[in-house]
Design a protein around this ligand. Sequence first.
Ligand code: MN
Ligand code: MN
Length: 306
Amino acid sequence: MTKILTFGHQNPDTDTITSALVMQDLQTAAGKDVEAVRLGEVSAETQYALDQFNVAAPRLIDKIEGEQVILVDHNEFQQSAPGIESATILMVVDHHRISNFETAAPLYYRAEPVGCTATILNKMYKENGIEIKPEIAGLMLSAIISDTLLFKSPTCTAEDVQAAAELEKIAGITKEEYGLEMLKAGASTADKTVEELLNIDAKSFSMGDKEVRVAQVNTVDIDEVFARQEELENAINAETAQHGYDLFVLVVTDIINSDSKVLALGQEQAAVEQAFNVALDKNTALLKGVVSRKKQVVPQLTDVLS
Ligand code: MN
Ligand code: MN
């Protein structure tokens, strides 16, 4: 039997890493030979979750060469592994918009508009009558806390809240207490270079005929990040020149107060002013109540640019 690889998106977040591990567990329980892999470095937040539940990070890969694969937490090819066009995609479990995705053969495709991939995976365990081990429950709970910013993001649905309540019992932890510690572990910015900050959680999007990069950084102190604005701008301009982005938006999100301040650069900079009805001041604007790239940033920019 050929081994099947499962992985999430580039610049992996907690949902991407843990959903690959959870998918490996789910498929293994169903008798399949599936290995979780990852496309990038494990973040401090994700490492905190892995350590808490004593689970090793998946193996790092840099490309796909014709393997059979299961995608979790993404579908857009430009967010996936280099060489994804050569893969046989057997399955997708995701909670994002569907874009730039096509296959030659039929597949199992499951997309639900919930706050986290883990919320869908939790259902799949139940549907298949497979018992959820405590460490797997802990990983899924960590993913839900991460993607919903402890249930405060507008992407959070009643299903995510319900799944978290179920998983909390199996994992044997208190979700609010654990969740805040996990988010804080990932929110320290002072110890990171600007290049690291720009790549902790960055994704590229096609919007109309424009290429837009949206990077997000969680913090408990927005000013600490913007103290390095000039350095950040230099690094953003370098990345933009290298990759030909039409717009680069850095979203710095205050996880305690649930607001974001954006730094926007590029020839389509004005799209930010139009999308959020703000005036940029020194390339920045405060977006009150904005925490979700998926729901509160990408659709608004897409509307303006396409
Ligand atoms: Mn993700
Ligand atoms: Mn996710």
